[in-house]
Design a protein around this ligand. Structure first.
Ligand code: FE
Length: 202
């Protein structure tokens, strides 16, 4: 049985250090749009004519294609907004996990920044169940470069809409600001929720 998604509430109510509330509120509207469209697509899939499925074009094919776009758009923004508005101080078990998999926190950050500069959509610190360790995965679109069987723990949105209002084309400065406002407690809650610390490779 289908269950509609409801948007997670925005937790930011004032300008952050380097990111304006106006930008964040505009960005949040895009997220609400992904939730709305996910519900709409899943409702339409219930009644679509499956006999018309066709690899060139069909309504069911288009709905299935856009479903992965809106579902990933929804989920990735929920982590992004979830850890937006913190004090930027690395803490919790996630720090030790990162140090184990990337040598140092600084090495991880260098790789994450490079991923964010190089990607066209997202840089994602994800725990991959295949090798039970953390990876920085880059993604060129919500449904391009998504890795199955991996849990996003820290999600950096590098689409222009995430920074252009405040930073123009200066993505690098925005990424620095992202780390300054990162809520590590939220990221650690994801680690605990999925018990990633227990699965982390010894
Ligand atoms: Fe975004």
């Amino acid at each position: 049985m289908r269950k509609d998604f409801t948007p997670e509430p925005l937790k930011v109510f004032k300008d952050l250090d380097g990111i304006s509330l106006k930008l964040i509120e505009n960005h949040y509207k895009l997220y609400e749009g992904y939730v709305k469209k996910t519900n709409e697509i899943q409702m339409k899939l219930e009644n679509v004519d499956k006999a018309e499925a066709n690899p060139s074009f069909s309504l069911v094919g288009e709905l299935k294609r856009q479903e992965t776009f809106t579902v990933n758009g929804m989920k990735l923004h929920e982590v992004y907004f979830g850890h937006l508005g913190g004090d930027g101080k690395p803490s919790g078990e996630l720090v030790q996990m990162i140090e184990k998999d990337f040598a140092t926190l600084q090495d991880w950050k260098l790789d994450m920044v490079a991923t964010g500069i190089a990607a066209r959509g997202w840089a994602v610190l994800a725990f991959d169940y295949r090798d039970s360790r953390l990876h920085n995965y880059g993604s060129d679109g919500h449904n391009v470069g998504a890795v199955w069987g991996a849990v996003p723990v820290i999600v950096l949105d590098v689409y222009e809409h995430a920074y252009a209002m405040d930073y123009g084309v200066d993505r690098k400065s925005y990424i620095e600001t992202f780390f300054k406002n990162l809520d590590w407690h939220f990221a650690n809650r994801i680690v605990n929720y999925y018990e990633l610390n227990k699965r982390h490779a010894a």
